[in-house]
Design a binder for this molecule. Structure first.
Ligand SMILES: [Zn+2]
Ligand SMILES: [Zn+2]
Length: 111
């Protein structure tokens, strides 16, 4: 079961949707990286890695961190202040100086 959350900054309205399991993938010998998503349990079972969506809390860039070659900084501005988008609650909004992310209680879905 995968869960989807939306984080929202009440100050500027910036919001980000995130799945609890990121983007699981497996390597297909002929075509390369293939993503598997719920409810495709057969392909999920052979996944060997995950491209986890991240947000740069300095410049607001969204990117993925590959579990097989993880990076610790933003590819755009080199900031170390990055966060997994599923764990944004209470983190500083990169768009406005005063905002914080919180879970949007009006949003939620399950796959
Ligand atoms: Zn904001
Ligand atoms: Zn950045």
């Amino acid at each position: 079961m995968a869960e989807c959350l939306r984080f929202i900054c009440r100050a500027c309205g910036k919001n980000i949707e995130s799945w609890s399991d990121g983007n699981p993938y497996y390597i297909d010998a002929s075509v390369g990286k293939q993503y598997a998503h719920h409810p495709d349990h057969e392909r999920l079972a052979i996944c060997t890695g995950n491209d986890a969506p991240h947000l740069c809390l300095t410049c607001g860039n969204e990117f993925v961190v590959d579990s097989s070659a993880p990076i610790k900084h933003c590819p755009e501005c080199s900031s170390l202040n990055i966060a997994d988008t599923f764990h944004l609650s209470g983190r500083h909004c990169p768009v406005c100086p005063a905002g914080y992310f919180e879970i949007d209680p009006d949003f939620g879905c399950i796959s």
